[in-house]
Design a protein around this ligand. Structure first.
Ligand code: CIZ
Length: 300
């Protein structure tokens, strides 16, 4: 039996479903039942009738799925697939910010630990960050941990005053303005689609700024033939599969998240076979972190 057939058999035996983030390797996306951004996948996890969820992504994503589906088994196939951006801030840092700015609400990007979510007031994703901050009655807002996304939100909402945390995604931060000029010189008619985790001077040059799902939707609706993609290379899998008649080029050759790329088809097989790695969230964080996620749903 091929490894894909073995995975299929294990899925049936265990009543399991495979969720893959847009940043996963093509070989992983092709065995997945659902592909998308972390929040979409967490909602799938909460709604599926499957008992076991294999979350091909990074740690905070599997943790978010576990928060929304606490009675299901959530497996992260590679135990050390972390997120350096999420690791830039701890729950103690958030408590210190709240002491420094008493009464100022805290918005945390989904790229954060359950403990950080538990200390925050509302969560957001890159797809809804502007809507979430706009929906808060307060003028001043603490935005953690992605300073680039925070800068993008601040520019979209000049009436707000954002207090930013200096975290950033090491992969998206690699893109420079010179990459844009070189890519535009090679593909002069192309549209530039970038993620708001990119640096502000790169974001300022884009034709469209959005989350992975928004970039995929925009490319499917726009008339252009050629696109320069300023986010993790994994989105090319869906873009090229869904739109074979269009051309997509990665804006920077280093747009590969090393943590996302740890998961292979073999890891998915082993996760199902050995029931690894079973994600648990500390009881002390659960209720407050879930409330922070639900607050996002209300505001967005
Ligand atoms: O929300 C996600 O899954 C992340 C981290 C990025 C995106 O734009 O999908």
């Amino acid at each position: 039996m091929s490894i894909q057939e073995q995975i299929h058999a294990l899925k049936q035996k265990r009543n399991a479903v495979i969720l893959a983030h847009n940043y996963q390797l093509d070989e992983v996306q092709t065995v997945a039942d659902y592909i998308g951004d972390s929040f979409y996948l967490s909602k799938v996890a909460a709604q599926t009738s499957a008992e076991v969820i294999v979350f091909a992504g990074v740690y905070f994503m599997a943790e978010t799925a576990k928060l929304l589906a606490p009675h299901k088994t959530v497996l992260l196939p590679e135990s050390d697939a972390g997120c350096p951006l999420a690791d830039t801030i701890t729950a103690a840092d958030v408590r210190a910010l709240k002491q420094q700015y008493p009464g100022v609400p805290v918005v945390c990007y989904v790229n954060s630990s359950a403990a950080v979510k538990a200390e925050s007031d509302v969560c957001c994703t890159s797809a809804n960050a502007v809507r979430v901050v706009a929906g808060l009655p307060a003028k001043r807002v603490i935005f953690i941990p992605d300073g680039h996304l925070g800068d993008y939100v601040a520019k979209a909402l000049p009436e707000k005053e954002l207090i930013l945390w200096p975290g950033s995604c090491v992969t998206h931060a690699k893109v420079q303005v010179t990459d844009v000029s070189q890519a535009r010189a090679q593909h002069p008619t192309a549209q530039l689609l970038v993620h708001p985790e990119c640096a502000p001077d790169v974001v300022a040059l884009a034709d469209f700024v959005g989350s992975t799902s928004e970039i995929i939707r925009h490319a499917s609706e726009a008339a252009a033939q050629t696109y320069l993609i300023g986010t993790e290379a994994g989105v090319l899998c869906t873009l090229r599969h869904n739109m074979p008649e269009k051309e997509f080029y990665l804006l920077h050759k280093g747009l590969f998240c090393p943590n996302m790329k740890k998961t292979r088809v073999q890891s998915i097989h082993d996760a199902l076979y050995h029931n690894q790695y079973d994600i648990q969230v500390a009881d002390v964080d659960c209720d407050k972190a879930v409330a922070t996620l639900h607050a996002m749903l209300e505001l967005a």
